[in-house]
Design a protein around this ligand. Structure first.
Ligand SMILES: CC/C=C\C/C=C\C/C=C\C/C=C\C/C=C\CCCC(=O)SCCNC(=O)CCNC(=O)[C@H](O)C(C)(C)COP(=O)(O)OP(=O)(O)OC[C@H]1O[C@@H](n2cnc3c(N)ncnc32)[C@H](O)[C@@H]1OP(=O)(O)O
Ligand SMILES: Cc1cc2nc3c(=O)[nH]c(=O)nc-3n(C[C@H](O)[C@H](O)[C@H](O)COP(=O)(O)OP(=O)(O)OC[C@H]3O[C@@H](n4cnc5c(N)ncnc54)[C@H](O)[C@@H]3O)c2cc1C
Length: 663
């Protein structure tokens, strides 16, 4: 054990086990999580041969496929059915491979469960669970990902044969990007424009078999393939799909909420957007997923910062641990606080999703819009925080952060597409703004509105209650004030533009930056509120609560300092109060410092899950870096063939032109 890390753990003032329990919803869940992680770590088959970064793309794909199929079978044998528990096992078993069947379990099966009729579920789910059917969610096209009402793929109903005929009429209508579509899947859910009786009925989901179930060759009229190497996700065959007069039976349209009868009569759903449900489900889960990504980067960067020493503090004296530099703390501790904030908010989003989804199942769609706004906003807010935070963690590791040995570049390429997939983040923020503007008249009237948004109607002339003590309540009020004011500003801007003669749509289009500011401020407030509520309700001892409260305050104060203009432009904070906040920020960095390593230990990631030479629990960073370097295929031969092919001839040629000087 590295002595600095051992010392860090001794000096912690709280019990990390209590925090681990809080993060993973109780000791019983922690026990199960550890059991599953250990089972994966100890499994010889999952040990792997060479580091992923030294493998070709095809090798990465094959390794991922082999490992995931093995793990799925193991989990079935163990009787583990809960998706989260399955994820814990897989995360420890194959942390570096993006599962080529992730869309099968993450979107294909859930879509059938949520959008399929009883008969459709009985027909497809058993085959999907036993991998006879391997599916994906094929919505995005080459020409359209965001504007899904503009999708071009058509599904035209033919009453004479009671079939839908699917077509990709243009190059841009080709499905493009779906995970596992290229080579892995034999079927998919295709989002297509339904046409019955010659009329367009909007986009709907259709079950389409794309490959023969025995030979895996393409079905007639189907062309598909891999889209090529990407920034990350290279063990996944994100694919393209072109459909030419592909016929599927009428029963293959997912008909839980809308129907096409035998004669082609269209029965619409109560709300057209109910068919977007799988996206809302995934967005709710992306929040915790972002917390996972950012927390892993924090574990690596903070442990490494405790081990790494750089620069003599006094001449001839010992070099300081880099974690002792205030600038390093300022880069890392707010991110640590953010990772906690996102874990707690993710938990809230998932619970809220489950609550509203069951109301929807029971036929009450009243909260659908609000659920959509919350999930879209938190998805965007959390993925932005995660991506930016991972990059900062990488920079905090200096040169070694740039190596795949650190584990951080892999985290970055894995998590950054979260800002784009499942709804591009700016577009998601505009959906939040749309929701807020829609209820704005009710907010102003003081009409009946959900408690999430009540504060948005507060008196904007009020000033901050902040004192030198910096209470959490005052911090939350500051976020509420900023969100209310930015919303009011955006609304006023739109009204002014309308008064000046613009149409409402033109006024909206000329205000999307202000609307995005308002939406982000709303999401930020949501996170601060959730974090502070969970900390104040947490059943933990006083020392643990003190540490969590410090983290929560740091999250809030850092959010204010980073967005200071928005908090002071209307004079809400006085300059005096801003200096309280700046002083408190510095105090909190010092207060968190002795607990930083214990706080990352509390995330409870086994080394295998982190796959990082820098983030090892035992802190043996340097021998691990050396071992990793030795594994490079470059080092398999003392002299590479390329020396004889290129360097030697070049040297010979050069020496003939100018004879070598004596060394
Ligand atoms: C335990 C683990 C369990 C599960 C695991 C799951 C997830 C794991 C976590 C992480 C995942 C990790 C890896 C996954 C990797 C990759 C997956 C990627 C998959 C994809 O990307 S699939 C494709 C996703 N595509 C999109 O998201 C498209 C984005 N675009 C849209 O959503 C829409 O086009 C739009 C919202 C931008 C606009 O839609 P529109 O034009 O129809 O609507 P309007 O703007 O006109 O608004 C009209 C009206 O509709 C309301 N609305 C819009 N959307 C919804 C919705 N989804 N639900 C409800 N209501 C909605 C809107 O509010 C308007 O209402 P109003 O009353 O008229 O104002
Ligand atoms: C790794 C990865 C995996 C994916 N997996 C799947 C999958 O399994 N299934 C699937 O169907 N799709 C998948 N996708 C596709 C993904 O869902 C889309 O890329 C995403 O929805 C964004 O759409 P787009 O690419 O059309 O972006 P665009 O909409 O073209 O965005 C480009 C820019 O335009 C801006 N923009 C676009 N529209 C607006 C607007 N209305 N207002 C303001 N700004 C706007 C955006 O903010 C962005 O800056 C995946 C993508 C990636 C990267």
């Amino acid at each position: 054990m590295n002595p600095d890390l051992a010392q860090e753990r001794r000096r912690a003032t709280f019990d990390p086990e209590q925090v681990t329990s809080l993060l993973y919803r109780g000791p019983e869940n922690v026990r199960k999580r550890r059991y599953l992680q250990n089972a994966a770590i100890q499994d010889q088959v999952l040990r792997g041969s060479k580091p992923w970064a030294f493998q070709s793309r095809i090798e990465q794909y094959e390794t991922a496929l082999q490992m995931y199929i093995y793990m799925m079978n193991k989990l079935d044998e163990m009787g583990v059915t809960d998706p989260l528990e399955r994820m814990y096992y897989q995360e420890a078993g194959a942390p570096h491979y993006y599962n080529p069947m992730a869309l099968h379990t993450g979107m294909f099966i859930p879509s059938i469960e949520k959008q399929g009729t009883k008969e459709q579920k009985e027909r497809w789910l058993p085959m999907a669970r036993s991998l006879q059917l391997i599916g994906t969610y094929a919505q995005t096209e080459m020409g359209h990902g965001t504007f899904i009402r503009g999708l071009e793929t058509t599904a035209t109903y033919d009453p004479s044969s009671q079939e839908f005929v699917l077509n990709s009429p243009t190059v841009t209508s080709m499905k493009f990007w779906p995970g596992g579509l290229g080579k892995t899947s034999n079927c998919c859910l295709v989002m297509a424009q339904l046409i019955t009786h010659g009329k367009k009925r909007g986009i709907h989901l259709f079950f389409v078999q794309i490959r023969d179930l025995k030979t895996h060759r393409h079905m007639p009229g189907v062309e598909s393939g891999d889209i090529g190497p990407k920034f990350g996700f290279n063990s996944n065959d994100n694919g393209y799909l072109k459909l030419s007069n592909v016929r599927i039976p009428r029963e293959n349209m997912l008909m839980r909420y809308s129907k096409v009868l035998e004669d082609g009569t269209y029965v619409p759903p109560t709300n057209q957007r109910i068919g977007y449900g799988t996206m809302v489900f995934v967005r709710a889960h992306i929040v915790t997923n972002s917390a996972r990504g950012l927390s892993k980067a924090c574990v690596i960067a903070i442990r490494y910062s405790a081990v790494r020493r750089q620069t003599e503090v006094s001449p001839g004296g010992p070099e300081a641990q880099i974690i002792d530099y205030q600038t390093q703390q300022y880069k890392l501790f707010p991110l640590l606080a953010t990772a906690y904030a996102m874990y707690f908010t993710g938990r809230y989003a998932e619970d809220y999703y489950e609550q509203i989804a069951s109301e929807i199942e029971a036929g009450n769609l009243e909260s659908l819009n609000q659920l959509h706004a919350v999930c879209a906003g938190l998805k965007a807010f959390s993925t932005w925080a995660c991506t930016a935070g991972i990059e900062t963690c990488r920079l905090c590791c200096g040169g070694h952060g740039y190596s795949h040995a650190s584990g951080i570049p892999k985290l970055y390429t894995y998590y950054t597409p979260g800002c784009t997939y499942e709804g591009e983040n700016n577009v998601m923020m505009l959906q939040v703004a749309r929701f807020l503007m829609k209820i704005y008249p009710d907010i102003k009237r003081g009409g009946p509105i959900h408690e999430f948004v009540q504060y948005l109607g507060a008196d904007l002339t009020q000033k901050s209650c902040m004192t030198e003590e910096v209470a959490l309540g005052c911090l939350l009020k500051a976020f509420q004030h900023r969100a209310a004011r930015l919303l009011s500003d955006a609304a006023a801007r739109i009204e002014n533009l309308v008064r000046s003669g613009k149409s409402r749509q033109e006024a909206w289009d000329a205000s999307t930056v202000a609307l995005t500011w308002a939406a982000k401020a709303y999401c930020h407030t949501f996170v601060v509120r959730t974090f502070s509520q969970i900390v104040s309700d947490a059943a933990v001892d006083k020392s643990t609560k003190d540490v969590l409260t410090a983290l929560c305050k740091l999250y809030a104060i850092d959010g204010i300092i980073e967005n200071l203009g928005e908090f002071i432009e209307d004079g809400f904070f006085s300059p005096h109060q801003v200096s309280f906040l700046k002083n408190k920020l510095a105090d909190l960095l010092a207060e968190i410092r002795p607990n930083a390593v214990a706080l990352v230990d509390a995330f409870d990631y086994p080394d295998k899950t982190l796959d990082s030479c820098l983030g090892r629990y035992d802190g043996q960073v340097y021998p691990a870096l050396y071992e990793y370097a030795k594994n490079s295929p470059f080092n398999e031969q003392e002299v590479l063939d390329s020396y004889h092919k290129f360097i030697k001839p070049a040297q010979t040629e050069q020496s003939q032109r100018a004879p070598m000087a004596r060394l």
